[in-house]
Design a binder for this molecule. Sequence first.
Ligand SMILES: Nc1ncnc2c1ncn2[C@@H]1O[C@H](COP(=O)(O)OP(=O)(O)OP(=O)(O)O)[C@@H](O)[C@H]1O
Ligand SMILES: [Mg+2]
Length: 258
Amino acid sequence: MIQCGRMTQVIAVANQKGGVGKTTTSVNLAAYLAGAGKRVLLADLDPQGNASSSLGVAPGDRSLYDVLVGEAPPESVVALSRRMGLDVIPSGPALAAAEVELVGVEKREKRLREALRPLLPRYDLVLLDCPPSLGLITVNALTAADGLLAPIQCEYLALEGLGQLLGTIQLVQNGPNRDLQLFGIVMTMFDGRTRLARQVVDEVRKHYPKKLFRTLIPRSVYLSEAPSYGQSIFEYHGNSKAAQAYASLGEEFMSRLR
Ligand SMILES: Nc1ncnc2c1ncn2[C@@H]1O[C@H](COP(=O)(O)OP(=O)(O)OP(=O)(O)O)[C@@H](O)[C@H]1O
Ligand SMILES: [Mg+2]
């Protein structure tokens, strides 16, 4: 078979630490890339369902859970986001059970990879918004992914959490997904007025000069408000610094794609 064009890239947005901007980054990056003409699928892997609701996508009768436990075909859970080029796989509270129910199932860490396979030809990019843990769902995401995008909050001890995350990458590389790469690190909730924030960025840059995105995502109240309107930052406040930052991150992101 002849392969036309580029292969679909699957990027997991993960960090076991809670509240660092995984969902905000997944949603706004997905919105930007779709606006830039990419065909994007955003899969909400967090039982909290924040990514789905941030885009105004209601949880369906079925969610990724039904696919992971083998009770629904993958295409049956893809929802339209009412935005050109952006589809969503909603989450649902049942997804939390998958973490437990899949234990003991053969090849349990490859479930998501298998589930996504038939959907890939329809998309240029698949973003996986992971829950704040390194449990089975995140391992499924890293097994399905070509790359990991790690959002890190500009705060004390940021590097320590990163070390643990990179350890998990290594485990996955030595196990179910040898091809997994660290795609990039993005610093979130940056407040340039504080010395600590600048020090943290400098330190991460020193350790991971090639991986850190140049774009820093500023702390912005618009980013925290937009989800309650079911809007991306581009719809909510398209002229804000926050929107400019996610646009700039989107451009950097695309320049790193193979
Ligand atoms: N740059 C920012 N400026 C201000 N608030 C932000 C920013 N990024 C995210 N937030 C807010 O911080 C909170 C946590 O962000 P988000 O939900 O994206 O993190 P998360 O890593 O996905 O969290 P969880 O681990 O619970 O999934 C949310 O209320 C979000 O609106
Ligand atoms: Mg989240």
